[in-house]
Ligand binder design. Structure first.
Ligand code: ITT
Length: 198
């Protein structure tokens, strides 16, 4: 069975991705599983550039078919922030970062709190050294207080227009059906099924 490296250091992302691609007949491993350590430099200016940098770093390091992703939350009232800086928007934990966003949005009225999660997945083919990318977006708005205990990151303050509740109030199955990650990985799966790697 061909091995597929899911190149992420984020355990929550890894859990969602494993669930999303469980029906592909590939042996899914993470860098930790194969005892590889390192950190790709995320010096890109877009989700796509950073996803490509991560996929190339890990693909070249391991010689494996490699999937990496870059994702984040874009908030219109904050000019698109935190965007590509979502993971490092402020010091501390996920809950420190959600508090920071709520503080910055204290005076933003209900009708102006629109936001979206964005994601680009990059697939590195070790035989051709080519990288192909796939995008997913999920629309919603920022709540005025955290709600729900599931998910990770900004999920407690992201109200999904599709689910009519926050991502943290949804089960992983519900979130995966309509999330930025779910949409991008549906495209990855379609590609891998149609175009076996040569
Ligand atoms: P890797 O680079 O190792 O994959 P990372 O967490 O640093 O892990 P990113 O640079 O892509 O990954 O940052 C993504 C951040 O965007 C993530 O840490 C969260 O803060 C936020 N994010 C992305 N998708 C999310 C989701 O589904 N739910 C909640 N927050 C999410």
């Amino acid at each position: 069975m061909q091995k597929l490296l899911i190149a992420t250091t984020n355990a929550h992302k890894l859990q969602e991705i494993k669930e999303l691609i469980k029906d592909l007949s590939l042996g899914v491993v993470s860098p930790k599983d194969i005892n590889k350590h390192g950190q790709a430099e995320e010096t890109g200016k877009t989700f796509e550039e950073n996803a490509r940098l991560k996929a190339q770093y890990w693909g070249e390091k391991t010689g494996l078919l490699t999937l990496a992703e870059d994702s984040g939350l874009e908030i219109d009232a904050l000019g698109g922030k935190p965007g590509i800086y979502s993971a490092r928007y402020s010091e501390g934990s996920d809950s420190d970062r959600t508090s920071q966003i709520l503080k910055e949005m204290k005076n933003i009225p209900e009708g102006k709190r629109s936001a979206r999660y964005c994601e680009v997945v990059a697939l590195y083919n070790p035989l051709t050294k080519e990288i192909k990318t796939f995008e997913g977006i999920s629309e919603g708005k920022i709540t005025t207080k955290p709600d729900g205990g599931n998910g990770f990151g900004y999920d407690p303050i992201f109200y999904s227009f599709d689910l009519k509740k926050t991502f943290a109030e949804a089960s992983m199955e519900e979130k995966n059906q309509i999330s930025h990650r779910g949409k991008a990985f549906n495209k990855v799966k379609e590609y891998l099924v149609k175009k076996p790697l040569k």
